[in-house]
Design a protein around this ligand. Structure first.
Ligand code: SAM
Length: 290
């Protein structure tokens, strides 16, 4: 499948996700990333947002498809320019908007019309004027070179079929000394059945590269001071919890000739096989001054 076709399928999946007609997406309704799956905790809280952040932006928080809180380890200040890659329904945009204030600016980039519409609705409801969303690809950002202080992104780069282009674009748009904070899924030694699955690709699993590949990609793009700030490694229970119904039915199809109990057992074994090999990592990097 070529890169444009992969992006088209991802975009279709997130169009469905934002309209609530599928749960086969990153950060799907059950909340993929936290260990606490109690009803008193929202999905956004499970992946690292504070109660205060969630209650500040209830509309956007409910439509979060992230796997972390990229702003949590940043010191975004008043007057800064922040760029969010794959901004979705806009939770990180609005939280960044509150930090940069009236003298700063926040720009979100997304390729999916339905997500952009939802983000614009949330921005309008919040009554802010320092946040805008542009339609575009993270592999070819509609953003001026050396114009932003921060690049953030939440569970998006794993979905790109051209990650090296994304890393080069991050380097291009950052001002010298500008910084990157990205929450994303990384994965190691996944079985072929999962690597080849479209549902698992859209769920932020099959397209995930290893942490080492991620770090090397950032380094090759010319970024500096590259490190991992935080990791949340998923166990079998968490993986079970974040699999959408489409993922599970796709897994069950892997063993068509078997009886239902045997297929369920095979799926359980597969889940145990990938437990500990998928995690959410928070990456930090800086564009060198020269
Ligand atoms: C998993 S969701 C994350 C959304 C948001 N960051 C959040 O935390 O809720 C992925 C988002 O990235 C967008 N996206 C995926 N690949 C993209 C690409 N190559 N270019 C632009 N947007 C992309 C999708 O349309 C979707 O809105």
């Amino acid at each position: 499948m070529n890169e444009d076709r992969i992006r088209q399928r991802v975009s279709e999946a997130y169009t469905k996700a934002i309209s609530g007609s599928t749960d086969s997406c990153c950060g799907a309704k059950t909340g993929c990333c936290g260990s606490d799956t109690t009803a008193s905790c929202t999905t956004a809280e499970m992946i690292g947002y504070s109660k205060a952040e969630v209650s500040e932006q209830p509309g956007a928080a409910i439509s979060s498809f992230g796997c972390g809180n990229p702003l949590a380890f940043s010191d975004v200040k008043e007057g800064d320019v922040v760029l969010d890659l794959g901004s979705g329904a806009g939770l990180d945009l609005l939280l960044a908007g509150a930090k940069v204030g009236a003298t700063g600016k926040v720009i979100g980039i997304d390729m999916t019309d339905a997500m952009i519409e939802r983000a614009e609705k949330n921005i309008k409801a919040a009554g802010v004027t320092n946040v805008e969303v542009r339609k575009g690809l993270i592999e070819a950002l509609p953003v001026e070179s050396t114009s932003v202080d921060w690049v953030i992104s939440n569970c998006v780069i794993n979905l790109s079929p051209e990650k090296s282009k994304v890393f080069s674009e991050i380097h291009r748009v950052l001002k010298p000394g500008g910084r990157m904070r990205v929450s994303d899924i990384v994965a190691e030694e996944l079985p072929q059945e999962i690597r080849q699955s479209e549902a698992f690709y859209n769920s932020c699993v099959a397209g995930a590269v290893s942490e080492k590949e991620y770090l090397t990609g950032l380094q090759k793009a010319g970024l500096d001071d590259i490190h991992v700030l935080e990791r949340v490694v998923y166990d079998a229970k968490q993986i079970r919890a974040f699999l959408g119904t489409e993922d599970v039915s796709e897994l069950l199809q892997i063993f068509p000739e078997q009886t239902e109990p045997v297929r369920q057992e095979a799926v359980n074994m597969l889940i145990h096989q990938i437990a500990g090999k998928i995690w959410s990592a928070k990456f930090a990097a800086t564009k060198p001054m020269h």
